[in-house]
Design a protein around this ligand. Sequence first.
Ligand SMILES: [Zn+2]
Ligand SMILES: [Zn+2]
Length: 294
Amino acid sequence: MVQNQEPGRTAPEPSRPDRVSVHGGHSGQFCSHAVDPLDRVVAAYVEQGFRWVGITEHMPSARDSMLNPEERAEGLSALGTQERFGAYIEACRKLQTDRRDHIELFVAFEAEAYSDYEPFLESLLAKHQPDYIVGSVHHVGDVPFDVSRECYADAIAVAGDIETLYCDYFDLQYRLIRDFEPAVVGHFDLIRIFDPEYSQRLTPESVRIWDRVERNLHAVRDLGLILDFNVRALSKGQPEPYVTAPILQRACEMGIALVPGDDSHGVVSVGANVDRGGQMLAESGFSTQWQRPA
Ligand SMILES: [Zn+2]
Ligand SMILES: [Zn+2]
């Protein structure tokens, strides 16, 4: 009999997984729908004992027609968001150095896919040299479908029907993965956001959609990318994080790494549900030796 334990010693409690966020740190300083200065957001991660955090501000707008409603309300132009983004990278690099004894920060950003975004994203990568990017799709048919129910309805109308909206979403995501190999794929199934019947669509029985899910997961695995286990979903009224259970199970079978992302948009949302997300991943059979994005 192999006996690794000293007599009389009980097995140690399984320790809590390290607190990390692969997708975090939007701040009111650099994002029109977030709050608080970036240094206070980072201080909150330090206080909560995070081991490492990818600061992943949204990418700026390529052109004025792609500005979000809240950026328009602030009177920002696309050029204005690009200048603000340059200031973000600079401030984040400084915090990375200043805070290195307390936390490991990655200077990253959340890339967006819409029509003709590719040259713009390439120029941002060349100019700013981030530590990594999160590849996210927030637009289908150039409609920002996750902004509101109304926007979601508009996106369905542009696509023709909801099944086609899902298919178009996963096709855009596939091209983003293939062309840019983002170290992290953000909220893989965000397209379900305002669909009360999403569990009927994100299932192997829904063949047209699921074929695309499978294709994208294979690309993620073949490239060794990480899926963002986006727990912000839980504080935004979703019954489960992104990704949904059937995709989570498939990713686990395929050996894909999932890592919690808090997708924080200010101090109060720093770390929200990250421990719960880590626990869910452990219970689902994933390693909690979190894969690092860079
Ligand atoms: Zn945001
Ligand atoms: Zn996002």
